[in-house]
Design a protein around this ligand. Sequence first.
Ligand code: PLP
Length: 386
Amino acid sequence: MKGSFPIEKFNTVRTPFYYYDTELLRKTLDTIKAETGKNDNYHVHYAVKANANRKLLRIISAAGFGADCVSGGEIKACLDAGFPAEKIVFAGVGKSDWEINVGLDAGIAYFNVESIPELEVINQLAGEKDKIARVSFRINPDVGAHTHANITTGLAENKFGIAMADMEKVIEIAASLKHVEFVGLHFHIGSQIRQMEVFENFCLKVNTIKQWFADQGIEIQYLNLGGGLGVDYDHPDAEPIPDFASYFDTIHRTLRPDPHQQILFELGRSLVAQCGELITRVLYTKKNALGRDVALVDAGMTDLIRPALYQAHHTIECLTSQGTECSYMIGGPVCESSDIFDQAAMLPQLKRGDLLTIRTAGAYGSAMASRYNLRDLPRSIYSDEL
Ligand code: PLP
């Protein structure tokens, strides 16, 4: 049984809900600021896709971070949460015209462009407004991320980015367009990366690519390295704040930017994963046909889809019972066999009404929630409002 949760307060809120420890989020942001503060050229743009919760966005913008958006909706949410337009970057492999117009109208920092047709559309839409859009090219560096296949994005086979082989043509076309200005390079190799060698290899590749542009006499103001730093899903209490020191140190040791170049990071998961938990209640316990203990809870894959989508593991703990542990299959109420949070969670003897916490759920949790089965979207509660 965990002691650090306001269980009495939890009993007054209908489950399931997300619980956010805003103090941990603030400490995480302070840690990042302390690390990036060692280098004036480092800037972190929070990857909003990880969690677009309004209160979290407000805390992150108030701490001075920029935002990495992948939709018109995210840009609007960030403006509303207080991010200055000049600290917003718009990425995404398939931007619709209206979304590009939202970015142009707001005057965001720049667009990360992923193809020649997209570049031409941005040029046309900027021209209609008599504006010049600043653009970065997302390059597919063909670097493996040693993570789950569904969250690898920087391999040649992925749909993302522009191949280096096409770069000469892209530069030539960009130079001929009147309403775009090329300002930098953008990369993102994948998510939940815990091995620093992966970032090391990636930076070496970026150095080579950067040199290619220098050899062509092309000026690069921004090197955007994307996100990807992973978190410890198995031991959330051992590492509540990810190892930002090792991450930024690896970049600092390996990347060779020119003195004037600004280095951007689009970290999502590492900012918000550990401060969020999904709180759920045991509805029923039973044995399945094989005699396995099953606990059915009131949260489902509609609230947290990561286990079903990525076979992701989240540590599950019981907040209301203790004692000898045994293995439980933890399943949700959704009519899908994949609506399982854990095949074998070690938990004390569970009973109807027990509260469970599904840890490390702050990133790609509520952001991916759906209303499948016409279930309600999960509510959110915050440690500083209880
Ligand atoms: N940048 C881009 C382009 C992404 O696609 C993603 C995640 O998919 C991120 C940043 C954030 O990654 P993470 O949450 O792993 O830091």
